[in-house]
Design a protein around this ligand. Structure first.
Ligand code: ADP
Ligand code: MG
Length: 680
């Protein structure tokens, strides 16, 4: 009998061939298969009359094929199958491209369901390449149909048939990780019903129930996992840090810290004096001055006679931090070093030896800091910057280098408090909610696509003045096929280069490039060797290019406010007046309102709250935001209220049973979730 870890190739009706294709999606086990959730659904339950079809609408009709289909060969690689179908209201001309097998597959005199976009009006109604199946089969029409994320070589039908087989194979053996009492108290459906209806919803109500249950479960497992991490730490005792006179540090700064910065420093020092290992998140908007909060903590730790490390996700960030911090810290007697992937082997060995021998106090670097060969004499504090790029796994790996060092995690992604509770349940949170004085707000404009010539003129003018610009270009919207962001970026860059700005230097950046290549492009941009950087959202990571003064975002409606805010934060980092231009042709009233909020406020927390309010929590649940495994179902839309319910349920259960002994399947799932490696 099958269990959830069964290899899918042994599932009845899947087989070796399909299994291979599914493997490419990362589906290996029965568990993977049934947890491959639809991206969205199409309601194909309504059958319409041909005469009632409005032009441009997507709909299903039940119509009889009136004459045998004909095949026309247009040219190589282009064959058309045409037929005429009728119902009692009218006539529909149907054309299929390159599906010649349908010539024999569709028989005249029989009735089929055609589902597609209606074109033409009155006597000339047409459909091009509709979805078709015999009336009564009800596999791809006549029901709410799941639409899955795909890869080449796997079709919707293959996927949904495999999942059907998978669900049948695990009928009755699905373990329910939610204790019955919690299920009843929160009115959640049973696990079997949930899996059945998330894939093959009987009706919209059943789908809503299934979704609610699975989203709750996901959030609940998360909350349990993070709480357990926190509890585990709270039994560890460390030698408390002693008091340190911070005056020399403050006096060495070229400015006075803001109140918010001071408060965050105080909160962190308090934790380090407590005798428990600190595990703190410092959240602050871009430009709020998180680096100096980190530096203050480093100073405090080093003056306590222990070493400190600052870990960042990219080489270039490491260099920027080193350039900004090393002179300051050295002047205060803190011995500093830089350690990255490109540090030469000899230098690396030296640094490593000095760290082991206690001849260095503070090291800044990339994940080279946590590779096995680096040994610290007495690591007391680990700061990770832009933490959403690091997973729990790395945080843990670095922490393991010391005797429970204090950890401080810096994030520029403002997360509303309700969400922070779930996403950062294992951390204490400090918030820098104030910007240093004297910042010039970034001027933000929302313009339609017809403004492109003006936008380009504007870019030209600023670049002539010596500035640089970012253009974030449209992500090919991720519909059926996994989107090809690479193509979007390279083609946009090419067009700009050849037809708009032949005399300027244009570079591009996308997520499919190797980290080394990305770094090189960023470095060149930072050195002003290029004028315009065309990019996907990968440019979000906190690199400082003070000379960049314009951020143009194409198809701005496709981004959440928080994301737009992150992008906008890439400019306005120097003395120049900076601009953010959001291009959108979207006429939807809600979308326009949303974009207008961007022009009105520059407060990241307000924007995050607004996002949560308008779009739900999904945007915040991507892996990138917090370095935890991405939430799959909750991501598809759940209410904030459900989040609170899940959190409360987790707290209540742990209160009643701290070790969770009566719930072995629950514990197993939580551990699975938290040992997944999230490093990319
Ligand atoms: P982020 O929070 O985005 O990491 P940074 O730490 O890079 O922000 O700080 C942004 C800029 O603001 C830096 O140039 C830094 O020197 C400056 N800065 C930080 N704190 C203050 C302050 N209290 N007063 C004036 N400038 C500050
Ligand atoms: Mg920063």
């Amino acid at each position: 009998m099958a269990d959830l870890s069964t290899d899918i190739q042994y599932i009845k009706g899947v087989g070796e061939q399909r299994a291979k294709a599914l493997n490419r999606l990362g589906i290996f086990t029965l568990q993977d298969l049934i947890a491959w959730f639809p991206r969205r659904y199409e309601d194909r339950t309504q059958i319409r009359r041909i005469a009632d079809l409005a032009e441009g609408e997507t709909a299903c009709v039940a119509a009889m094929v009136a004459s045998p289909p004909t095949v026309t060969h247009i040219r190589r690689g282009m064959d058309l199958v045409k037929l005429r179908a009728v119902d009692d209201s009218g006539v529909l001309d149907v054309t299929f491209f390159n599906q010649t097998w349908l010539k024999n597959g569709l028989r005249s005199g029989e009735t089929y369901i055609f589902c597609g976009k209606a074109e033409g009006a009155h006597q000339r109604r047409k459909m091009n390449t509709p979805i078709v199946e015999p009336e009564g089969r009800q596999e791809v029409t006549g029901r709410i149909v799941p639409i899955y994320p795909l890869t080449a070589g796997v079709s919707q039908l293959v996927l949904s048939r495999s999942i059907r087989q998978g669900l049948d194979a695990c009928a009755g053996i699905l373990p329910d990780v939610l204790p019955d009492a919690i299920r009843q108290q929160h009115q959640l459906c049973r696990i079997g019903f949930a899996y059945e209806n998330i894939h093959f919803p009987e009706n919209p109500e059943a789908l809503a129930l299934a979704r609610r249950r699975l989203a709750f479960e996901e959030l609940f497992l998360f909350a349990i996992g993070l709480r357990r991490l926190k509890n585990r730490r709270e039994v560890v005792r460390v030698a408390p840090c002693g008091d340190v006179d911070m005056t020399p540090f403050y006096n060495a700064l070229p400015f006075t810290l803001t109140h918010a910065q001071r408060r965050c420093v105080e909160e962190a020092l308090e934790s380090m004096r407590s005798g428990l290992p600190m595990n703190r998140l410092c959240q602050g908007d871009v430009g709020s001055g998180k680096t100096m909060v980190a530096a203050a903590c480093v100073y405090f730790c080093v003056k306590n006679g222990r070493q400190a490390a600052l870990m960042v996700p990219t080489e270039i960030l490491a260099q920027q931090h080193f350039a900004a911090l090393a002179p300051l810290m050295e002047s205060l007697g803190v011995r500093c070093a830089l350690l990255t992937g490109s540090t030469l082997a000899k230098a690396k060995r030296e640094t490593s030896a000095k760290l082991a021998g206690g001849e260095l106090d503070f090291v800044i670097g990339t994940h080279a800091l946590i590779t096995g060969s680096i040994v610290y004499q007495n690591l007391g504090l680990v700061v990770t910057d832009e933490q959403h790029r690091f997973g729990v796994a790395q945080r843990a790996a670095l922490a393991a280098k010391g005797e429970h060092p204090h950890t401080l995690v810096m994030s520029a992604t403002p997360i509303p408090r309700t969400l922070a509770l779930i996403l950062y349940g294992d951390l204490d949170v400090s918030i820098i909610d104030e910007l240093p004085p004297g910042r010039r707000p970034i001027e933000t404009y929302i313009v339609p696509g017809s403004y492109h010539p003006r936008v380009y003129n504007f870019l030209h003018k600023l670049i002539d003045q010596g500035r640089q610009a970012y253009v974030v270009c449209p992500q090919v919207s991720g519909n059926e096929e996994l989107s090809d962001e690479r193509k979007a970026v390279t083609e946009y860059a090419k067009t700009l280069q050849t037809t708009i700005f032949p005399e300027l230097k244009i570079a591009f950046l996308h997520g499919k490039m190797k980290p080394k290549e990305k770094d090189a492009v960023m470095q060149a941009f930072a050195r002003h060797e290029t004028d315009i950087l065309v990019s996907t959202t990968v440019v979000e990571v906190g690199v400082d290019v003070p000379n960049a003064a314009v951020m143009v975002v194409e198809n701005a409606e496709m981004f959440g406010l928080s994301q737009l805010h992150q992008l906008r934060g890439r400019v306005g980092r120097g003395e120049h007046q900076s601009y953010c231009i959001l291009i959108s042709d979207n006429q939807n009233e809600e979308t326009r309102q949303r974009l207008k909020v961007m022009a009105k406020t520059s407060d990241g927390f307000k924007l995050a709250e607004e996002d949560l309010h308008l779009r739900g929590p999904g945007d915040f649940f991507g892996e990138r935001q917090h370095g935890l495994p991405g939430l799959k179902v909750a991501n598809l839309g759940c209410e904030t209220k459900l989040l609170q319910e899940a959190q409360q349920a987790a707290d209540a259960l742990l209160e009643e049973s701290p070790g969770l002994e009566p719930y072995p399947t629950l514990v197993e799932r939580v551990e699975q979730l938290f040992t997944q490696n999230t490093f990319n």
